[in-house]
Design a protein around this ligand. Structure first.
Ligand code: BGP
Length: 493
């Protein structure tokens, strides 16, 4: 048994999902249409389509998810059986404000999350709640044009204030925007870039839009989101000084393709192009390279002086992060890497590490590397890992009186990533206070809309078309993770 470490008993072991990928009930009890509700099913090499509204006859897997809206009590009991200390999900903004610009909230939506949080607390599970997880109101896109419109700052703050006040005695850990920096790289227009800026900011471009136009829009939308986040942090602390309100970024090492100076520069510039979001969230001001870029380009001009005061006063209490894989970057055609022109850089495969069936690099060392890098960038900042998991094809097999999945591949992935976290804590002194694995129960994939890309310790008998019994079955990894939690991370075998 190679090295493992026993983490402190307060360490928050658990799992994470998102409303739009699990709840279903997409139009129930007053809920409005979200930007996730107009995403059709895709597949590994077939992008999801962003439709204009909901179109009859198309397959929208988020409309049913795994029926968590109705099954959450039983599902949370399964999480408690594994020994979860914390459970992350999101509030679907459109359950509270169906269109996003209303003054009065939808009481039925508030009641639903009251009951869900009560159930978590009854089970001794700490809620970790995301305010916007790729599911903003579709009306804010059609009526206001998405997050490039400053009006969304007030709508978001009103939404946050409503749920902060309603759940101030039930929820301590909050997250403002899920993976806010996904949209940073608009250099390669295409389905992936379209998906990332749609889910982050509700922006959709004409095919004719240039990289410059897309990037300029991204900086304005990102600014508005960061201002909204900062105002929400300040407001949250007034409502309940015990609130811990975090940023959330998908973080990963960006390795240079070679030790050539240009490739090194490319890796640095690619990271800076992503990390201005965390810099503003955590330090309360823009890094100088981005400030100079925005001046050179004349971008992000719709700002106020108060914005920069808010950013400085509304820095986050912790950094939450998702980690799945690492990346390799190369200076394209030997050109000078520049954030003015991200097409001077290109991603490459990593010949030194394996990849999943969906092509995601498998790099547990990269998680320890990234935690060290974050600790260097933002010393002592508490970090919670709120997504880490392995999407894979699972085979459901019959047992005498039930069914299960033998998933050693998932256990191997999680074991090595948890070991990396333990080393970062025990050897490197990084202040990681929680590990929530992604998709502890099979849910709809964000990127592809598939059910077959399964992450769970719990199998859900539904296929990509939503057919199946919906029954839940414990996989081998269920008992494995239960043991990891019981041993405070010491027993990873
Ligand atoms: C992250 C999202 C999650 C989740 C995860 C796995 O980007 O925050 O919502 O979906 O990716 O990705 P996928 O579901 O595409 O496999």
């Amino acid at each position: 048994m190679s090295e493992t470490y026993s983490l402190n008993p307060e360490f928050l072991w658990g799992g994470a999902i998102a409303a739009h990928q699990a709840e279903g009930a997409w139009d129930k009890d007053g809920k409005g249409v979200s930007i996730a509700d107009v995403l059709t099913a895709g597949a590994h090499n077939q992008p999801r389509e962003i439709t204009d509204g909901v179109i009859d006859g198309k397959n929208y897997p988020n409309h049913h998810g795994i029926y968590f809206y109705d099954t959450y009590e039983k599902d949370l009991e399964l999480m408690a059986e594994m020994g979860f200390k914390a459970f992350r999900t999101s509030i679907a903004w459109t359950r509270i404000f169906p269109n996003g610009d209303e003054t009065e909230p939808n009481e039925a939506g508030l009641v639903f999350y009251d009951k869900m949080f009560d159930k978590m607390l009854e089970l001794g599970i700490e809620p970790v709640i995301t305010l916007q997880h790729f599911e903003m109101p579709y009306h804010l896109v059609t009526e206001y044009g998405g997050w490039t419109n400053r009006k969304l700052i007030d709508f978001f703050v009103h939404y946050a204030e409503t749920v902060f006040k309603r759940y101030k005695d039930k929820v301590k850990y909050w997250i403002t925007f899920n993976e806010i920096s996904n949209q940073a790289n608009q250099a390669e227009p295409g389905a992936m870039a379209d998906f990332l800026i749609w889910t982050d900011s509700g922006l959709k471009f004409e095919k004719s839009a240039t990289v410059e136009e897309r990037t300029a829009a991204m900086y304005q939308a990102g600014h508005n989101e960061l201002v909204a986040s900062a105002r929400v942090v300040k407001l949250g602390h007034q409502i309940n000084p015990d609130f811990q309100i975090g940023a959330m970024l998908n973080v990963a090492p960006i390795y240079p393709a070679t030790p050539s100076p240009k490739d090194m520069m490319a890796a640095l510039k690619a990271r800076q192009m992503r990390d201005w979001f965390s810099d503003v969230h955590i330090r309360g001001k823009y890094p100088t390279d981005i400030t100079k870029l925005l001046e050179r380009k004349g971008w992000r001009t719709d700002v106020t002086e108060q914005d920069f005061i808010d950013l400085e006063e509304g820095t986050v209490d912790y950094l939450s992060m998702s980690y799945y894989n690492s990346f390799v970057i190369k200076a394209k055609d030997g050109r000078e890497p520049s954030i003015d022109d991200p097409t001077t850089m290109e991603a490459r495969a990593n010949q030194y590490i394996p990849a999943s069936d969906w092509g995601w690099a498998i790099d547990p060392d990269g998680l320890r590397y990234t935690l060290n890098e974050l600790n260097d960038l933002y010393p002592e900042l508490p970090i919670m890992i709120v997504e880490n998991g392995f999407g894979a094809y699972d085979d459901l097999v019959e047992l005498e009186d039930t069914k299960t999945v033998h998933d050693p591949y998932r256990i191997d992935y999680l074991r090595e990533h948890i070991r990396a976290v333990e080393k970062a804590i025990a050897i490197d002194g990084v202040n990681v206070f929680g590990y929530l694995s992604w998709g502890p129960i099979d849910i709809v994939s964000a990127g592809t809309g598939e059910m077959k890309k399964r992450y769970g310790y719990i199998y859900v008998d539904l296929d990509d078309e939503g057919n199946g019994s919906g029954k839940r079955y414990r996989k081998d990894s269920f008992n494995w993770y239960q043991k990891v939690i019981q041993s405070h991370g010491e027993d990873l075998d």
